[in-house]
Design a binder for this molecule. Structure first.
Ligand SMILES: Cc1ncc(COP(=O)(O)O)c(C=O)c1O
Length: 395
């Protein structure tokens, strides 16, 4: 199906829906009516098959205690095998209440207060928060960036960090929010070897797995050869790809039997042995993974067009801003250093012009010159945002 079979142009008013992205401007910035490009949810209606399945479930009218159906696990396994060549065993699938809550819980289960955990900043800031809030030490292995604005992991530095800190857990973001990298197989194998040799467990957050732009290919962590992998947990969800994050549901795939037993014991101890999602979440995820593929393909086309639109406009009007290559995600990573203003000043100016982006410094020290911009919006909305940005930064 062509992308024109779906409506990615319709602008839907999301104000007064308790949306964090649209309704928290006064609370977080002191301004009203900002055009938001910050939180990572999309301003597109979810896929029609998902809407139809949800409507049918709503029409049923009874929302009793509901177990995760085996058909949902079948849908998950089929999706990842079909789209990413990753064969998942059904017994490896555990249900999580959401990826962020799961990471908090797993950090508490797998490490003790005061112990170090490695994250590679700039990275999705709830990773750092999960450690700090649970009194774990952040062992930073900052990413490197080259002259083209392309980011990479630093294996030699990682070895030193692991050996120095004694960390036994690493949280990987794959694909990587906010720098837009889709890690190649050789990069992941290097990481796997370093972690396996040191007995470091890896949590691979793969929520952005489907949001990968051609010619790049997502390589699932658990699809690497078994003998190269340390004990690992891969976290997946349909919520990011199909714009369902408010219907929180996620899955932890754990092949290693001892680790799986430990994690399922943890979930039981937290009262989640019978699952933690709602019937609507199950229905939406299953519909997405069984009947959402055409919509997702169309979405990827729209995101590529939006990426091109942003690059063209910035090249013409604000050539000082450089944009990291977008291999995956819908989050652009904009380097503002050449504007010659502090990041706070740039951010404030944009707010004054009515547009709200994420400050890169939130994602760790390496982000201090950057803004993150979510381009998953109708093109007209993105253009309006870029007009505001031009006005703010050229005046
Ligand atoms: C890397 C990453 N992990 C997790 C999440 C959120 O996951 P959840 O809504 O399941 O807690 C996001 C949302 O932006 C994300 O970018």
């Amino acid at each position: 199906m062509a992308k024109t079979d779906f409506d990615f142009e319709m602008r839907i008013d999301r104000r007064d829906t308790s949306s964090i992205k649209w309704d928290w401007d006064r609370k977080l910035t002191g301004r009203d009516n900002l055009l938001p490009f910050w939180v990572a949810d999309m301003d597109f209606r979810s896929a029609e098959p998902v809407m139809e399945a949800l409507q049918a479930r709503l029409d049923h009218g009874i929302f009793g205690y509901t177990a995760r159906p085996s058909s949902l696990d079948d849908a998950l396994m089929s999706w990842f095998s079909r789209r990413h060549g990753w064969v998942i065993n059904s017994e490896s699938i555990l249900e999580a209440p959401g990826i962020v809550p799961f990471i908090h819980m797993a950090v508490r289960e797998l490490t003790e207060p005061g112990e170090s955990v490695v994250i590679q900043e700039p990275v999705y800031y709830p990773f750092r928060l999960a450690l700090e809030r649970n009194r774990r030490r952040v062992a930073a292995n900052p990413l490197d960036v080259d002259s083209m604005g392309r980011w990479s992991m630093n294996p030699a530095q990682l070895e030193m960090e692991l050996d120095g800190s004694g960390a036994k857990l690493l949280i990987l973001c794959s694909p990587h929010n906010p720098v837009g990298r889709v890690w190649r197989r050789d990069e992941l194998l290097t990481l796997a070897d370093i972690c396996r040799e040191r007995g470091v467990t890896v949590i691979s957050d793969e929520i952005h797995a489907d949001l990968v732009h051609s010619p790049h290919r997502f390589v699932p962590w658990l699809s690497l050869p078994k003998d190269r992998l340390p004990p690992s947990i891969a976290l997946v969800s349909a919520t990011k790809s199909f714009n369902l994050p408010g219907l929180t549901t996620a899955y932890a795939v754990v092949d290693n039997p001892e680790l799986r037993q430990r994690i399922s014991g943890m979930l039981e101890a937290l009262g989640m042995g019978l699952g933690s999602s709602s019937p609507l979440s199950y229905t939406a995820a299953e519909a997405a993974w069984t009947r959402g593929e055409a919509w997702l393909e169309a979405l990827l086309g729209v995101l590529s067009e939006n990426d091109a639109l942003l690059r063209d406009l910035l090249a013409q009007r604000l050539p000082e801003i450089t944009v990291a290559p977008l291999e995956g995600t819908y989050l652009e990573w904009l380097n503002m250093a050449a504007l010659g203003m502090t990041l706070d000043k740039v951010w404030e100016r944009l707010l004054d012009a009515g547009i709200w982006l994420s400050k890169g410094s939130q994602f760790g020290a390496g982000g201090k010159d950057y803004l993150r911009m979510n381009i998953a919006a109708p093109a007209s909305q993105l253009e309006e945002g870029l007009e505001k940005m031009t006005a703010a930064l050229t005046s």
